[in-house]
Design a binder for this molecule. Structure first.
Ligand code: AMP
Length: 121
């Protein structure tokens, strides 16, 4: 899909509304419109990347930054593990249709605020 038609590129450009939690020159974070848990946030790169399936070595720092931002937001949202490792959250990339990817702009799901189960569905 072209950047001009990408829903997440439109969110970054402000053409589609979002509940923004964080933004810097590389990434943008906002609440998922259809949350699967009390906290469900998406961290996306401003660069249009289809997904992990098309990730290039030059984007390794960018993906690392996405995780650091996710960690900080989890702390702000009060779901980060405490010193006894209670609480917690899940970080997920769905990669491809079989994995459940529906938006083809790289996004890291930050999901928490309830007890998780394993394996995921
Ligand atoms: P995935 O299924 O991994 O591709 O995740 C895409 C996520 O984007 C889903 O959880 C959707 O609920 C979410 N989503 C799609 N459109 C929007 C939107 N306009 N604002 C916020 N979240 C969205």
């Amino acid at each position: 899909m072209e950047e001009k038609d990408c829903i997440f590129c439109k969110i970054i450009r402000g053409e589609v509304p979002s509940q923004k939690l964080y933004e810097d020159d590389k990434v943008y974070a906002f609440r998922d419109i259809n949350p699967v848990a009390p906290v469900h946030i998406l961290i996306i790169p401003k660069k249009h990347i289809v997904g992990i399936q098309t990730l290039e070595e030059e984007d390794e720092c960018l993906v690392g930054h996405m995780f650091t931002v996710a960690k900080k937001i989890a702390q702000q949202e009060g779901i980060a593990p405490d010193e006894d490792l209670n609480r917690g959250y899940r970080l997920v990339f769905n990669v491809g249709k079989d994995a459940g990817q529906t938006v083809f702009h790289l996004h890291l799901h930050l999901i928490g605020g309830r007890q998780m189960s394993w394996p995921p569905g």
